[in-house]
Design a protein around this ligand. Structure first.
Ligand code: FPP
Length: 270
Protein backbone atom coordinates (compact mmCIF):
# COMPACT_ATOMS: atom_id res chain seq x y z
CA UNK A 1 0.00 0.00 0.00
CA UNK A 2 1.40 3.42 -0.85
CA UNK A 3 0.66 6.14 1.72
CA UNK A 4 -2.04 8.67 0.98
CA UNK A 5 -1.23 12.36 0.90
CA UNK A 6 -4.12 14.41 2.36
CA UNK A 7 -5.30 12.69 5.50
CA UNK A 8 -8.12 13.76 7.79
CA UNK A 9 -7.34 12.63 11.32
CA UNK A 10 -8.56 9.20 12.37
CA UNK A 11 -11.02 9.37 15.26
CA UNK A 12 -9.04 9.14 18.52
CA UNK A 13 -11.84 7.00 19.90
CA UNK A 14 -11.01 4.38 17.29
CA UNK A 15 -7.24 4.51 17.76
CA UNK A 16 -7.69 3.77 21.42
CA UNK A 17 -9.81 0.71 20.57
CA UNK A 18 -7.74 -0.87 17.79
CA UNK A 19 -4.34 -0.43 19.44
CA UNK A 20 -1.06 0.53 17.84
CA UNK A 21 0.15 -2.64 16.08
CA UNK A 22 1.94 -2.05 12.77
CA UNK A 23 -1.13 -3.41 10.93
CA UNK A 24 -3.48 -1.06 12.75
CA UNK A 25 -1.29 1.97 12.07
CA UNK A 26 -0.94 1.11 8.39
CA UNK A 27 -4.68 0.59 7.92
CA UNK A 28 -5.62 3.77 9.73
CA UNK A 29 -3.14 5.62 7.58
CA UNK A 30 -4.83 4.46 4.39
CA UNK A 31 -8.38 5.36 5.29
CA UNK A 32 -9.85 8.57 3.98
CA UNK A 33 -11.95 9.57 6.99
CA UNK A 34 -13.98 12.00 4.91
CA UNK A 35 -15.20 9.26 2.54
CA UNK A 36 -16.41 6.42 4.74
CA UNK A 37 -19.13 4.03 3.54
CA UNK A 38 -22.45 5.48 4.66
CA UNK A 39 -23.89 2.09 5.49
CA UNK A 40 -22.08 -1.25 5.82
CA UNK A 41 -24.04 -4.51 5.77
CA UNK A 42 -22.60 -7.88 6.75
CA UNK A 43 -23.55 -11.46 5.90
CA UNK A 44 -22.01 -13.20 8.90
CA UNK A 45 -21.24 -16.64 7.52
CA UNK A 46 -19.14 -19.58 8.65
CA UNK A 47 -20.12 -20.07 12.30
CA UNK A 48 -21.01 -23.72 11.70
CA UNK A 49 -17.73 -24.43 9.88
CA UNK A 50 -15.75 -22.67 12.61
CA UNK A 51 -17.34 -24.99 15.18
CA UNK A 52 -16.90 -28.05 12.93
CA UNK A 53 -13.18 -27.37 12.58
CA UNK A 54 -12.95 -27.61 16.37
CA UNK A 55 -15.27 -30.61 16.81
CA UNK A 56 -17.70 -28.38 18.66
CA UNK A 57 -21.50 -28.20 18.32
CA UNK A 58 -22.68 -25.58 15.77
CA UNK A 59 -24.05 -23.38 18.50
CA UNK A 60 -20.52 -22.85 19.83
CA UNK A 61 -19.74 -21.27 16.44
CA UNK A 62 -22.65 -18.88 16.90
CA UNK A 63 -21.53 -18.14 20.45
CA UNK A 64 -18.02 -17.34 19.17
CA UNK A 65 -19.66 -15.20 16.49
CA UNK A 66 -20.99 -12.91 19.20
CA UNK A 67 -17.45 -11.71 19.97
CA UNK A 68 -17.06 -10.74 16.33
CA UNK A 69 -20.41 -8.90 16.44
CA UNK A 70 -19.29 -7.01 19.54
CA UNK A 71 -15.98 -5.93 17.97
CA UNK A 72 -17.44 -4.96 14.62
CA UNK A 73 -20.23 -2.87 16.15
CA UNK A 74 -17.83 -0.99 18.38
CA UNK A 75 -15.22 -0.52 15.65
CA UNK A 76 -17.81 0.79 13.18
CA UNK A 77 -19.30 3.18 15.74
CA UNK A 78 -15.90 4.50 16.82
CA UNK A 79 -14.83 4.87 13.16
CA UNK A 80 -17.86 7.04 12.40
CA UNK A 81 -19.81 4.72 10.10
CA UNK A 82 -23.40 5.95 9.60
CA UNK A 83 -25.12 2.57 9.82
CA UNK A 84 -24.18 -1.08 10.28
CA UNK A 85 -26.66 -3.81 9.33
CA UNK A 86 -26.00 -7.43 10.34
CA UNK A 87 -27.81 -10.45 8.89
CA UNK A 88 -28.47 -12.62 11.94
CA UNK A 89 -31.49 -14.75 11.00
CA UNK A 90 -33.09 -15.20 7.60
CA UNK A 91 -36.61 -16.28 6.70
CA UNK A 92 -34.98 -19.51 5.49
CA UNK A 93 -33.19 -20.18 8.79
CA UNK A 94 -36.38 -21.66 10.31
CA UNK A 95 -35.42 -24.82 8.39
CA UNK A 96 -32.52 -25.39 10.81
CA UNK A 97 -32.88 -27.85 13.73
CA UNK A 98 -35.17 -26.42 16.44
CA UNK A 99 -32.35 -26.70 18.99
CA UNK A 100 -30.13 -24.41 16.85
CA UNK A 101 -32.97 -21.92 16.33
CA UNK A 102 -33.68 -21.82 20.07
CA UNK A 103 -30.01 -21.35 20.87
CA UNK A 104 -29.69 -18.51 18.33
CA UNK A 105 -32.73 -16.74 19.82
CA UNK A 106 -31.26 -17.17 23.30
CA UNK A 107 -27.89 -15.75 22.16
CA UNK A 108 -29.63 -12.77 20.67
CA UNK A 109 -31.45 -12.05 23.92
CA UNK A 110 -28.22 -12.43 25.89
CA UNK A 111 -26.40 -10.15 23.46
CA UNK A 112 -28.99 -7.39 23.72
CA UNK A 113 -29.02 -7.56 27.51
CA UNK A 114 -25.25 -7.56 27.81
CA UNK A 115 -24.43 -4.96 25.15
CA UNK A 116 -26.95 -2.28 26.05
CA UNK A 117 -24.43 -0.31 28.16
CA UNK A 118 -21.97 -0.29 25.22
CA UNK A 119 -24.70 0.88 22.83
CA UNK A 120 -25.60 3.69 25.20
CA UNK A 121 -21.96 4.63 25.84
CA UNK A 122 -21.36 5.16 22.12
CA UNK A 123 -24.79 6.70 21.48
CA UNK A 124 -25.63 3.85 19.08
CA UNK A 125 -29.27 3.66 17.99
CA UNK A 126 -30.46 0.08 17.63
CA UNK A 127 -33.37 -1.45 15.74
CA UNK A 128 -34.23 -4.70 14.00
CA UNK A 129 -35.62 -5.26 10.51
CA UNK A 130 -37.51 -8.21 9.08
CA UNK A 131 -40.85 -9.86 9.77
CA UNK A 132 -40.41 -9.27 13.47
CA UNK A 133 -43.90 -10.44 14.37
CA UNK A 134 -42.80 -13.96 13.35
CA UNK A 135 -40.15 -14.07 16.10
CA UNK A 136 -40.75 -15.65 19.54
CA UNK A 137 -42.58 -13.18 21.81
CA UNK A 138 -39.71 -12.96 24.29
CA UNK A 139 -37.30 -11.98 21.49
CA UNK A 140 -39.78 -9.41 20.15
CA UNK A 141 -40.03 -7.97 23.66
CA UNK A 142 -36.25 -7.66 24.09
CA UNK A 143 -35.77 -6.20 20.61
CA UNK A 144 -38.46 -3.62 21.34
CA UNK A 145 -36.90 -2.78 24.72
CA UNK A 146 -33.44 -2.23 23.20
CA UNK A 147 -34.98 -0.14 20.40
CA UNK A 148 -36.79 2.08 22.89
CA UNK A 149 -33.77 2.33 25.22
CA UNK A 150 -31.56 3.59 22.37
CA UNK A 151 -34.15 5.60 20.44
CA UNK A 152 -32.80 8.99 21.48
CA UNK A 153 -29.20 8.12 20.58
CA UNK A 154 -27.70 10.17 17.79
CA UNK A 155 -24.66 8.10 16.78
CA UNK A 156 -24.37 5.11 14.48
CA UNK A 157 -27.50 3.22 13.47
CA UNK A 158 -27.08 -0.48 14.34
CA UNK A 159 -29.55 -2.79 12.67
CA UNK A 160 -30.00 -6.54 13.09
CA UNK A 161 -31.90 -8.35 10.33
CA UNK A 162 -34.11 -11.00 11.94
CA UNK A 163 -36.58 -13.27 10.17
CA UNK A 164 -35.41 -11.21 7.23
CA UNK A 165 -35.65 -11.95 3.51
CA UNK A 166 -34.92 -9.52 0.69
CA UNK A 167 -37.82 -10.80 -1.40
CA UNK A 168 -40.18 -10.67 1.60
CA UNK A 169 -39.09 -7.08 2.19
CA UNK A 170 -39.94 -6.13 -1.40
CA UNK A 171 -43.31 -7.87 -1.10
CA UNK A 172 -44.02 -6.05 2.17
CA UNK A 173 -43.07 -2.75 0.52
CA UNK A 174 -45.42 -3.48 -2.40
CA UNK A 175 -48.23 -4.28 -0.01
CA UNK A 176 -47.61 -0.97 1.75
CA UNK A 177 -47.64 0.93 -1.52
CA UNK A 178 -50.82 -0.81 -2.69
CA UNK A 179 -52.56 -0.07 0.60
CA UNK A 180 -51.66 3.62 0.34
CA UNK A 181 -52.78 3.78 -3.30
CA UNK A 182 -56.09 2.09 -2.36
CA UNK A 183 -56.53 4.57 0.52
CA UNK A 184 -55.93 7.48 -1.87
CA UNK A 185 -52.79 8.63 -0.01
CA UNK A 186 -50.63 8.39 -3.13
CA UNK A 187 -51.16 8.05 -6.87
CA UNK A 188 -49.82 4.91 -8.58
CA UNK A 189 -48.10 7.21 -11.10
CA UNK A 190 -46.08 8.80 -8.27
CA UNK A 191 -44.23 5.55 -7.52
CA UNK A 192 -40.61 5.78 -8.51
CA UNK A 193 -37.39 4.40 -7.00
CA UNK A 194 -37.27 6.99 -4.23
CA UNK A 195 -40.93 6.51 -3.28
CA UNK A 196 -40.56 2.74 -3.17
CA UNK A 197 -37.54 3.10 -0.84
CA UNK A 198 -39.82 4.83 1.65
CA UNK A 199 -41.69 1.53 2.07
CA UNK A 200 -38.63 -0.66 2.63
CA UNK A 201 -37.62 -1.71 6.17
CA UNK A 202 -34.49 0.39 5.65
CA UNK A 203 -36.36 3.59 4.68
CA UNK A 204 -34.62 5.69 7.34
CA UNK A 205 -31.08 4.35 6.84
CA UNK A 206 -28.33 5.92 4.74
CA UNK A 207 -27.41 4.46 1.33
CA UNK A 208 -25.82 1.00 1.47
CA UNK A 209 -22.28 1.41 0.16
CA UNK A 210 -20.47 -1.75 1.26
CA UNK A 211 -21.64 -5.35 1.66
CA UNK A 212 -19.24 -7.69 3.46
CA UNK A 213 -19.53 -11.47 3.39
CA UNK A 214 -17.36 -13.83 5.40
CA UNK A 215 -16.35 -17.45 4.72
CA UNK A 216 -15.57 -16.95 1.05
CA UNK A 217 -19.03 -17.66 -0.37
CA UNK A 218 -19.95 -15.56 -3.40
CA UNK A 219 -23.69 -15.31 -2.78
CA UNK A 220 -26.07 -12.56 -1.76
CA UNK A 221 -28.39 -14.98 0.06
CA UNK A 222 -31.56 -12.90 -0.22
CA UNK A 223 -30.05 -10.00 1.77
CA UNK A 224 -31.00 -6.38 1.04
CA UNK A 225 -31.77 -7.18 -2.61
CA UNK A 226 -33.12 -3.74 -3.47
CA UNK A 227 -30.50 -1.84 -1.49
CA UNK A 228 -27.37 -3.55 -2.93
CA UNK A 229 -27.98 -2.10 -6.41
CA UNK A 230 -24.77 -0.06 -6.33
CA UNK A 231 -23.07 -1.48 -3.22
CA UNK A 232 -19.49 -2.68 -3.40
CA UNK A 233 -19.18 -6.30 -2.33
CA UNK A 234 -16.20 -7.41 -0.26
CA UNK A 235 -15.67 -11.09 0.50
CA UNK A 236 -13.15 -12.55 2.94
CA UNK A 237 -12.19 -16.19 3.41
CA UNK A 238 -12.24 -15.66 7.18
CA UNK A 239 -15.06 -17.39 9.03
CA UNK A 240 -17.31 -14.99 10.94
CA UNK A 241 -16.06 -15.87 14.47
CA UNK A 242 -12.52 -14.97 13.30
CA UNK A 243 -13.54 -11.57 11.89
CA UNK A 244 -11.98 -8.83 14.00
CA UNK A 245 -11.67 -5.03 14.30
CA UNK A 246 -8.89 -4.72 11.73
CA UNK A 247 -10.81 -6.84 9.19
CA UNK A 248 -13.50 -4.17 9.12
CA UNK A 249 -10.86 -1.54 8.44
CA UNK A 250 -9.38 -3.73 5.65
CA UNK A 251 -12.79 -3.83 4.00
CA UNK A 252 -13.07 -0.04 4.23
CA UNK A 253 -9.60 0.46 2.71
CA UNK A 254 -10.50 -1.83 -0.22
CA UNK A 255 -13.85 -0.09 -0.65
CA UNK A 256 -12.12 3.27 -0.93
CA UNK A 257 -9.71 1.95 -3.55
CA UNK A 258 -12.53 1.01 -5.88
CA UNK A 259 -13.81 3.35 -8.49
CA UNK A 260 -17.59 3.67 -8.28
CA UNK A 261 -19.09 4.70 -11.58
CA UNK A 262 -22.82 4.00 -11.09
CA UNK A 263 -23.14 2.92 -14.72
CA UNK A 264 -21.32 5.91 -16.22
CA UNK A 265 -17.89 5.99 -17.88
CA UNK A 266 -14.70 7.55 -16.62
CA UNK A 267 -14.11 11.15 -17.76
CA UNK A 268 -12.04 10.94 -20.95
CA UNK A 269 -13.31 7.45 -21.88
CA UNK A 270 -16.34 8.70 -23.76
C1 FPP B 1 -24.22 -18.14 9.50
O1 FPP B 1 -23.33 -19.16 9.82
C2 FPP B 1 -24.65 -17.45 10.71
C3 FPP B 1 -25.92 -17.37 11.16
C4 FPP B 1 -27.05 -17.97 10.44
C5 FPP B 1 -26.26 -16.71 12.43
C6 FPP B 1 -25.45 -15.51 12.80
C7 FPP B 1 -25.68 -15.24 14.24
C8 FPP B 1 -24.78 -14.81 15.13
C9 FPP B 1 -23.41 -14.39 14.78
C10 FPP B 1 -25.13 -14.70 16.57
C11 FPP B 1 -26.25 -13.78 16.92
C12 FPP B 1 -26.19 -12.46 16.26
C13 FPP B 1 -26.28 -11.24 16.83
C14 FPP B 1 -26.33 -10.05 15.95
C15 FPP B 1 -26.31 -10.99 18.27
P1 FPP B 1 -23.71 -20.66 9.45
O2 FPP B 1 -24.32 -21.29 10.66
O3 FPP B 1 -24.57 -20.71 8.24
O4 FPP B 1 -22.28 -21.23 9.15
P2 FPP B 1 -21.88 -22.38 8.13
O5 FPP B 1 -22.22 -21.89 6.75
O6 FPP B 1 -20.42 -22.53 8.34
O7 FPP B 1 -22.67 -23.59 8.52
Amino acid sequence: MSPRTEIAAAPSDLLEYIGSSADAIELVDHIDWTRLPRQIAVIMDGNGRWAGQRDLPRIEGHRAGISAVREVVETAARAGIGALTLYAFSVENWKRPQSEIDALMELLKEYLARELPMLLKHSIRFNAIGRLDGLPMKVQRDVRAATVATAANTGMRFVIALNYGGRSEIIDALRGVMADVAAGKIEAAEIDEDRLCEYLYTHDLPELDLLIRTSGELRVSNFLLYQIAYAEIWVTEKLWPDFRRLDLLRAIVDFQRRERRYGSVEAGDA
